[in-house]
Design a protein around this ligand. Structure first.
Ligand SMILES: C[S@@+](CC[C@H](N)C(=O)[O-])C[C@H]1O[C@@H](n2cnc3c(N)ncnc32)[C@H](O)[C@@H]1O
Length: 290
C-alpha cells in the first residue's frame, strides 16, 4: 500500500537482501529527502501508480518530449530505446514518429505498467515491451536514440554512472540520448512545500552531478535547457547527450547559396540604392554653388 507513506532520509532505510530493494538502500545527500514506504519496492510502487497514469493519459509533457526528440534528430526508421516507459504514453507517440520502418524497445520496472502498455499499444507492430530493471536488463543491438522520460530522478544517483555506461554502449555512433526530468529547483521547492506530489524516489538532478556521471561513458552534453510545461518559471529540464567520438571529425560548413527569392531581393535592393545615389549626385551637380 502506497498510502502508508513516510518521509525519511534515504540513507536511513534499513538494508535487506532483495534485488529491487537495492534501489531503496542507495545513499543520497542528507538534504535530498524522499517519500518512501520502506515496506514496498519501486516495482510495487509503480504498479500502484498505473491508475494515476491511465487517468492522465498522454499529456503536454509527453508532447513536449516528442518535440525535443524531433529537434534532436529523431527520424522515420530510427530504432529507439525507451527506459522507464510506464504505461507507454510516450512510447505510442514515438512509434508513430519512427513509422513502420522504425521500432521502439520500451522497458519498465513495473510489470503492471508493461501489461497496460501492451494493451494500449496492441495496434503498434513496431513496439517491443519489456518488464525489467534498466540497471540489469540486457540491451541488445544498437539504437539511434535512447530516451529517459522522467525516469532518471527515480533511479538512485549512485547507479547513474553505470546506467550511462550501459546506454552509451548500446548507442549507434551517430545516435543521441535524451533525458527529461523535473527542474532541480522546482523539485526542491516541492520537497519543502508540496511533498505529497513526490514519488517514492524523487531526486533533484543538478547539472554538475549529472555530467560527472555522464562523461566517463564517452557521452558529451550537447544541450541542457530548463523549460516550462505547467510552471511559468520552468518546471522541467531537457538534456541531449551524444557520443563524443562522433565529434572527432570537423568539416568546414559549405557556403550558403542564396535562394532564388533572396537573390532577387538583393539585386532589387542594389538597383534602388544605385538609382537613389544617381539622383543624389545629379541633384548635387544642379545645385547653385556659393
Ligand atoms: C514518473 S514515471 C514516468 C513514466 C513515463 N516515462 C512517462 O513519462 O509518463 C517513472 C517510471 O520509471 C520506471 N522506473 C523507475 N525505476 C526504474 C528502473 N530501475 N528500471 C526500469 N524502470 C524504472 C517506473 O516504473 C515508472 O514507470
Amino acid at each position: 500500500m502506497v498510502s502508508a507513506v513516510a518521509y525519511t532520509a534515504f540513507n536511513t532505510i534499513p538494508a535487506d537482501d532483495g534485488a529491487k530493494r537495492r534501489i531503496l538502500r542507495a545513499t543520497l545527500p542528507p538534504t535530498n529527502l524522499i517519500r518512501i514506504a520502506p515496506e514496498i519496492d519501486s516495482g510495487e510502487f509503480y504498479d500502484s501508480y498505473v491508475g494515476r497514469q491511465l487517468a492522465v493519459g498522454v499529456n503536454a509533457r509527453h508532447h513536449a518530449i516528442k518535440g525535443w526528440l524531433r529537434d534532436a534528430g529523431l527520424r522515420k526508421g530510427h530504432r529507439v530505446l525507451e527506459l522507464g516507459c510506464g504505461i507507454g504514453t510516450l512510447t505510442g507517440l514515438i512509434a508513430d514518429e519512427v513509422g513502420a520502418d522504425g521500432s521502439v524497445v520500451a522497458i519498465d520496472l513495473s510489470p503492471k505498467s508493461i501489461e497496460v502498455a501492451s494493451a494500449r499499444l496492441s495496434h503498434h507492430r513496431n513496439v517491443e515491451l519489456i518488464a525489467a530493471d534498466v540497471l540489469e536488463v540486457e540491451l541488445a543491438g544498437q539504437f539511434d536514440v535512447a530516451v529517459l522520460p522522467d525516469v532518471i530522478e527515480h533511479i538512485p544517483v549512485e547507479h547513474h554512472r553505470a546506467l550511462f555506461e550501459r546506454v552509451a554502449a548500446s548507442l549507434a555512433p551517430t545516435g543521441f540520448v535524451l533525458l527529461n526530468y523535473p527542474s532541480p529547483h522546482y523539485l526542491d521547492w516541492c520537497r519543502e512545500h508540496d511533498p505529497q506530489s513526490l514519488q517514492l524516489i524523487d531526486q533533484s538532478i543538478q547539472a554538475d552531478q549529472l555530467l560527472a556521471d555522464v562523461y566517463p561513458s564517452g557521452l558529451y552534453l550537447d544541450l541542457l535547457k530548463t523549460y516550462s510545461i505547467w510552471i511559468s518559471e520552468g518546471d522541467y529540464v531537457v538534456a541531449v547527450l551524444r557520443p563524443a567520438a562522433a565529434q572527432r571529425v570537423f568539416t568546414t560548413k559549405p557556403e550558403q547559396n542564396p535562394s532564388v527569392v533572396t537573390g532577387l531581393i538583393r539585386r532589387a535592393r542594389a538597383k534602388v540604392e544605385f538609382e537613389l545615389e544617381r539622383r543624389r549626385s545629379s541633384a548635387a551637380r544642379r545645385a547653385p554653388r556659393r
